[in-house]
Design a protein around this ligand. Structure first.
Ligand code: AHR
Length: 521
């Protein structure tokens, strides 16, 4: 396909190609966009998020309680709600992560003063008073305007406990669970779109082998029903990184396969390695490069898992759900190591753009993805401190890329220069394109090079467009970030570096930038 596109380009734009090729093939930065053959729909759920009872993600970051001086709705921060709606959050995963396999949902319902406390053994050993539970989470999704993605407890829970949770949430039959829900103030059942059967069952979710989990999964899934018009999308606990055997084991047996709609995948980028993780804000250009090199691995990892899935499911009826991804750095100095609180810079913004472009490109198989995590933990889109809130550079990327949600992927062919570090090299440009239901084209591009503007030439084949506009996110510094003192240092702005002439879009990508272009007829 790529070769064919290039040949088409040579025929249509001979001058452009021959001039560029004649001088130096390396300097050709070109993205061919085929506008008239839209591909798969990019699920809005690729733009999903993840909230865990970890550090100040839930408590302080989202939930302050109805009696707080911080403006809130039913105890949920108004500033955070507003930001999430503006970002068009499609779904939110909860209550973990590793926490999910220690969580017993009945501890978190009923009058607050009667709720049982537990110790959060995964994250800092703090006391969890369960004041944020099922009702509070469902209210959060309702107010944020997104779907719920609930992660059930396989590691330390029972089949009955999980089955009853689904019944409590979604059934409108008369039963002990639905009566209990009504006693707790919720007359009508909720809609729950996504439900995971365990988290990291190869690790904190039970330390199982793939074969053992395949049996456990069948047992749990048998009792998770779709009640009262609610269609549960069941997610099997999937592989970490390069554990391709895990995916193979879940996919190869038709019986096991019939028990889930999707299989999950977790991949974090940890420059420096788990022992010597990078600081989020104090880093070198080598660290910057290495972060993106690791980010790009997501493409190879998805391709390989997806290739295994193709062998057993060529029609792609099963989804791949990347429900944890992002950069994992050292915690900020002076903060609790168990709380995973890290700052977020222009480096994270480019990481987000690389990942979202990769997920878009794999829209035929990747049905959902969830950044870890939404507020105050790892690569957050929001940071809070008391009544203050800042939107991170990553937030702006999600907001800019929201135009791809439910649009159709367009075929593209990217040829670009390398970004090099010593003898290592990675593509300097990351990109994807889609067409929305109104026929507008959106092209999202990142320039990874921190020192060099790149001019990207984009022949748009198969349709004609009249106007071009765009938005840009960039920063003077690689570690540019938003702090509670200076919350608007890195934010998106109108972009005037793009032009459209004779079917060719030209984009002047500033060094270290993310740009989203819109083409209209
Ligand atoms: O996101 C932090 C933790 O990383 C999650 O709880 C766990 O699933 C993963 O190992």
């Amino acid at each position: 396909m790529k070769k064919l596109l290039f040949l088409v380009l040579i025929v249509i734009f001979p001058a452009l190609v021959s001039n560029a090729q004649k001088d130096d093939m390396v300097t050709v930065n070109q993205l061919i966009i085929v506008a008239n053959h839209p591909g798969p729909v990019i699920s809005k759920d690729i733009y999903g998020h993840f909230s865990e009872h970890l550090g100040s993600c839930i408590y302080g970051g989202i939930w302050v309680g109805p009696d707080s001086k911080i403006p809130n709705t039913y105890g949920i921060r108004n500033d955070v709600l507003f930001a999430l709606r503006e970002m068009k959050i499609p779904n939110l995963r909860w209550p973990g992560g590793c926490f999910a396999d220690t969580y017993h949902w009945k501890d978190g319902i009923g009058p607050k003063e009667k709720r049982a406390s537990i110790v959060n053994t995964n994250w800092g050993g703090v006391t969890e008073d369960n004041s944020f539970g099922t009702h509070e989470f469902m209210k959060l999704t309702e107010l944020a305007g997104c779907d719920a993605y609930i992660s059930g407890n396989v590691g330390s829970g029972t089949v009955r406990e999980m089955a009853e949770w689904v019944e409590y949430l979604t059934s409108d039959a008369d039963s002990p669970m639905t009566r209990l829900r009504k006693e707790n103030g919720q007359e009508k059942p909720w809609k729950v779109k996504f439900f995971a059967m365990g988290n990291e069952t190869w690790g904190c979710g039970g330390n199982m082998t793939a074969d053992y989990y395949a049996d456990v999964l069948k047992q749990f899934s048998t009792y998770l029903h779709s009640y009262s018009g609610n269609q549960l999308y069941k997610v099997a606990s999937g592989a970490s990184d390069y554990d391709f055997n895990w995916t193979e084991t879940l996919m190869k047996d038709p019986k096991t396969r019939s028990m889930f709609d999707a299989v999950s995948l977790h991949y974090y980028s940890v420059p420096g390695g788990w022992e010597k993780k990078n600081s989020a804000t104090v880093f070198t250009e080598n660290d910057w490069f290495e972060t993106f090199r690791l980010n790009y691995d997501m493409d190879r990892i998805i391709k390989t898992h997806s290739g295994i899935m193709d062998r057993y499911d060529p029609m792609k009826t099963k989804g791949l759900v990347v429900d944890e991804w992002g950069n994992w750095f050292q915690v900020e100095p002076g903060t609790n190591p168990g709380f995973l609180f890290q700052q977020n810079t222009m480096r994270d913004a480019i990481t987000a753009a690389i990942h979202l472009n990769i997920f878009n490109q794999h829209a035929d198989r990747v049905r959902m993805a969830n950044l870890a995590q939404i507020v105050n933990v790892l690569q957050s889109v929001i940071l809070t401190k008391g009544d203050k809130m800042v939107l991170t550079p990553t937030y702006y990327v999600f907001k800019m890329f929201a135009v791809h949600q439910e649009a159709r992927l367009l075929s593209t062919d990217l040829r670009c220069e390398d970004y090099t570090m010593g003898d290592r090299k990675i593509p300097a440009i990351s990109a994807s394109a889609s067409v929305d239901k109104d026929g507008k084209i959106h092209v999202s591009i990142a320039n990874l090079n921190p020192k060099k503007e790149i001019i990207l030439t984009c022949p748009v084949i198969g349709d004609t467009f009249k106007t071009v506009s765009g938005e840009v996110l960039t920063s003077g510094e690689m570690n540019g970030c938003n702090t509670f003192e200076k919350p608007e240092t890195v934010k998106s702005a109108a972009f005037n570096g793009a032009s459209l002439k004779d079917g060719i879009l030209t984009v002047k990508m500033p060094a270290k930038s993310v740009v989203v272009i819109e083409l209209k007829k």
